[in-house]
Design a protein around this ligand. Structure first.
Ligand SMILES: Nc1ncnc2c1ncn2[C@@H]1O[C@H](COP(=O)(O)OP(=O)(O)O)[C@@H](O)[C@H]1O
Ligand code: SF4
Ligand SMILES: [Mg+2]
Length: 316
């Protein structure tokens, strides 16, 4: 699982749609399974589309309110010719609903008869109906309450393992992916600031923006003052990005050179890249700030304070 993180407006959804070729890139190349998606014919692209699915943030908006959920799932199977007969189609619909933890009897109901969490399960079932290999989950749990977030995240993780899926998990909430992502990519104003193994990014962020996002995650300790978000101001307009490093207008470590030099994404360790011209000199400082944040280790914690994907949630 690759987690794509960044504040709202950093270009995550745009990148997710580009990867699926739902948007045309103005430059660059998108490869899937060794094929350049830009060179595929319409017929070839349709075949590739079946292998890649998108799960949106708002399950209600992405389900037709006038279609029973059984028909929604049947439609996905029919479009891609994945059912041999009516009976086969209905059987697959029942199996899909069971796969996401819903009763096959629910196939006759309309979307408004389900809760938000159940609707997101239906959307996941629809994505899985066409047996994809790659899923882009764009803020797939952000609209749900904390307990539903944990449940849906667990459904996604179990299905990912069972079906050997590759997942691009897009979220503005870094805390959500802490224990589940293999790799984390940090996006700001349409540019990658940092990419690397999740474990090292969380313990030793290499970019000031990543460090600021991590500092913004609340510490789950009762009676301790929560760490305030250190990021000041809003993300600039992508129509008029700052010169040099796009993060410089909000970076506490910015120097004059940051306004004139566009930092390259540079390899700093195996599988690890950072785009900051001061990376080496700031490394110690960023690590110290993370250490001091961690030093207030939790003693008593509430269930709602844990990140939603935590498998073992304590209660107060
Ligand atoms: N690489 C880019 N260059 C210029 N504008 C971009 C780029 N990526 C995204 N945008 C614009 O930035 C805005 C926010 O993008 P969006 O993908 O919705 O961000 P997010 O999903 O992170 O909130 C949109 O108006 C989008 O058109
Ligand atoms: S290049 Fe400069 S402005 Fe950009 S992150 Fe590094 S120190 Fe901050
Ligand atoms: Mg988005």
């Amino acid at each position: 699982m690759l987690a794509l993180v960044g504040e709202s407006g950093s270009g995550k959804s745009t990148l997710g749609r580009l990867v699926l070729r739902l948007l045309e890139p103005t430059e660059g190349r998108i490869s899937f399974d060794g094929r350049d998606l830009g060179t595929l014919s319409k017929t070839e692209l349709r075949k590739f589309r079946r292998r890649m699915q998108l799960i949106f943030q708002d399950p209600f908006a992405s389900l037709n309110p006038y279609m029973r959920v059984g028909s929604v799932l049947e439609e996905a199977l029919t479009i891609h010719g994945l059912a041999r007969s009516r009976e086969d189609r209905q059987q697959q619909v029942g199996a899909l609903l069971a796969m996401v933890g819903l009763s096959p009897d629910m196939a006759d109901r309309f979307p408004h008869e389900f809760s938000g969490g159940q609707r997101q399960r239906i959307v996941i079932a629809r994505a899985l109906a066409v047996r994809p290999e790659f899923i882009v989950a764009d803020e797939a749990i952000s609209a749900l309450d904390v307990s539903n977030q944990a449940q849906i995240m667990n459904v996604l993780l179990d299905l990912k393992r069972a079906n050997n899926l590759t997942m691009l998990f897009i979220t503005h909430n870094l805390a959500v992916v802490q224990n589940i992502a293999d790799t984390v990519a940090v996006l700001y104003l349409g540019r990658l600031m940092e990419i690397g193994p999740a474990a090292t990014i969380f313990s030793e962020p290499g970019h000031p923006y990543t460090a600021a996002l991590l500092q913004s995650i609340p510490i789950p300790v009762v009676s301790k003052t929560r760490t305030r978000a250190v990021l000041q101001g809003d993300i600039p307009s992508p129509m008029d990005p700052p010169s040099g490093c796009v993060f410089r207008t909000r970076c506490p470590h910015s120097i004059d050179r940051c306004a004139t030099t566009v930092p390259e994404l540079t390899t700093i360790a195996v599988g690890r890249k950072v785009a900051c011209i001061r990376h080496e000199e700031l490394a110690g400082l960023l690590n110290d700030s993370m250490r001091s944040r961690r030093s207030g280790s939790p003693t008593v914690a509430c269930a709602s304070d844990f990140h939603p994907a935590a498998r073992e949630v304590q209660t107060c």
